[in-house]
Design a protein around this ligand. Structure first.
Ligand SMILES: Cc1cc2nc3c(=O)[nH]c(=O)nc-3n(C[C@H](O)[C@H](O)[C@H](O)COP(=O)(O)OP(=O)(O)OC[C@H]3O[C@@H](n4cnc5c(N)ncnc54)[C@H](O)[C@@H]3O)c2cc1C
Length: 465
């Protein structure tokens, strides 16, 4: 996400930008599997760069998301006190929250239940953050990249950075996949691999590591009933488990936060998932496992310190945007702006907006939740052809996704752009139809259709390479 946000921010300036992604598609790292809360900062620590960047980003979400065709709803969070001990901590937490500048209030148990009728009868009080929002972080990441590409940013996917050539204290070229890109400046936004990139560049030594979070995903039947994000009372060690209605009305329970070693490990385990479920059910007793769709894990890019956003001490034209561990969705517009400022300080032509720059994406109409579907049918009869019943994704939307400046190259890419296969059935009913359409639009024979990375095919026949 951070790399895409930076590319978006620079794309309207006179700079020539190349966005380099190791994976087959954008948004395969932490930005794909997170809680999707755009925090207003009440849970951040005063005096930190994290808080500053979150606070700068927070007021602008409605306007930015409208421009990036990204769902966002400012529904607020309730941190619910279930025990006397939790309740006693609320005044102190309120003072901390007020120090951040975020809107916050303590409400009684009855007031909390009026705000969110699903929470437990046992709720004694709650801390309410009315300005927190929920956001579709996948659409945001794709939106940043799509607008960047429309402004001329070259997007290289499936292109892992392998080496960075130096001339003195400056990087002069980046070798990524089979391309060599000459450069005046490099932004290191490689998430949990940011330490590797710095090492390849001969830059500062630091360590990044995965902090894993595990989740349950529940269906719209349950998620659609939520009005608020519901969490417990944070402790000095953890923000705890949340019940988070998503922008497409499903429900996330999670995440956990455990430091790991293996950067590729996204496995879940039953014991952790039981803990997540039990913690969520204490907050909202009506949650039942029959609504579960799937479980998954994702890795935060942890580092010490977090929010390492600065010019490298040894490499004069390397800017790190690294260690953006837990709030990178919420801070991404301000991180991008800060990186732009650092690049301007290095003499890059990123000061002014080009007058011809595209500043917003035309919203792609979607059938799900559309106020007047008949208008869509009149505009394009393919809106009447529903291919993914759970998410009501039509052949019109799948065609539009393939017409994007950064189109899908896999079924996972189709899901990220349209939500097809992302609903209750997780593709059990619609995968063949979505695969067929992807094969038509992407010009691939069935054997060559990738689920995600190019070699992860559906397993139909031989490779058509
Ligand atoms: C469990 C969990 C819950 C979270 N909840 C929230 C939340 O509610 N709100 C919030 O604001 N934030 C949240 N976050 C944090 C947020 O997701 C991250 O801060 C943000 O996604 C970090 O973005 P990034 O671009 O730095 O990292 P990533 O999204 O991981 O992107 C790094 C990219 O670099 C690429 N890369 C790596 N190595 C190379 C290489 N050699 N060459 C080329 N490319 C390379 C990767 O493929 C990847 O695409 C959460 C994170 C997790 C994991």
């Amino acid at each position: 996400m951070i790399g895409c946000a930076v590319a978006w921010r620079l794309s309207g300036t006179a700079a020539r930008v190349t966005l380099i992604e190791a994976a087959h598609d954008l948004c395969e790292g932490a930005s794909k599997g997170n809680t999707g809360i755009a925090t207003s900062g009440g849970d951040c620590h005063p005096g930190t760069l994290e808080l500053e960047l979150v606070r700068r980003s927070s007021p602008g979400w409605e306007a930015l998301c409208a421009r990036l065709d990204t769902p966002f709803h400012r529904i607020g969070t309730l941190a619910v006190a279930l025990s006397e001990e939790d309740e006693q901590r609320l005044p102190e937490l309120l003072r901390d929250a007020q120090d951040t500048g975020a809107a916050a209030e303590v409400v009684t148990g009855d007031q909390a239940r009026a705000l969110e009728p699903l929470i437990s009868e046992g709720a004694r009080a709650a801390l309410h953050f009315p300005d927190d929002g929920i956001i579709d972080s996948i659409r945001l990441t794709i939106g940043y990249a799509e607008l960047a590409a429309r402004n001329g940013v070259e997007v290289l996917r499936g292109a892992p950075v392998r080496s960075l050539a130096r001339d003195g204290d400056r990087i002069v070229a980046v070798t990524a996949g089979d391309r060599r890109v000459a450069t005046r400046s490099v932004v290191n936004a490689a998430g949990v691999e940011a330490d590797t990139i710095s090492r390849l560049a001969g830059g500062e030594e630091f360590r990044t590591w995965p902090r894993q979070g595990q989740y349950w995903l529940f269906d719209r039947e349950l998620g659609g009933r939520f009005r608020k994000v519901v969490g417990g009372v944070p402790t000095p060690v953890t923000r705890g488990i949340y019940c988070v209605p998503t922008t497409n009305r499903s429900l996330l329970l999670g995440p956990t936060a455990v430091d790991r070693e293996d950067r590729t490990d996204r496995a879940v385990d039953a014991e952790t998932l039981d803990h997540v479920f039990d913690a969520a059910q204490r907050l909202v007793p009506s949650i039942g496992r029959e609504h579960a769709i799937k479980t998954f894990a994702s890795n935060r890019p942890a580092s010490d310190p977090t929010y390492r956003i600065a010019v490298d001490a040894a490499v004069a034209n390397l800017v790190h945007a690294a260690g953006i561990r837990s709030t990178g969705v919420s801070s991404s517009p301000a991180v991008a702006e800060m990186v732009r400022g650092l690049l301007e300080g290095l003499g890059l032509p990123v000061g002014d907006q080009r007058p011809d720059a595209v500043t917003e994406l035309e919203p792609l109409p979607r059938l799900l939740g559309h106020p007047s579907p008949e208008q869509l049918f009149a505009r394009d009869p393919r809106y009447g052809q529903v291919i993914c019943a759970c998410e009501q994704v039509t052949t019109a939307e799948i065609a539009a996704a393939h017409g994007m400046a950064v189109p899908p190259t896999s079924l996972e890419g189709v899901r990220k752009r349209t939500r097809a296969t992302g609903g209750r059935c997780q593709g059990a009913f619609c995968l063949s139809g979505v695969s067929f359409l992807h094969s038509l639009h992407a010009g691939r024979r069935p054997q060559g259709i990738a689920v995600s990375e190019p070699d992860a095919t559906l397993g139909v026949g031989a490779d058509d390479a």
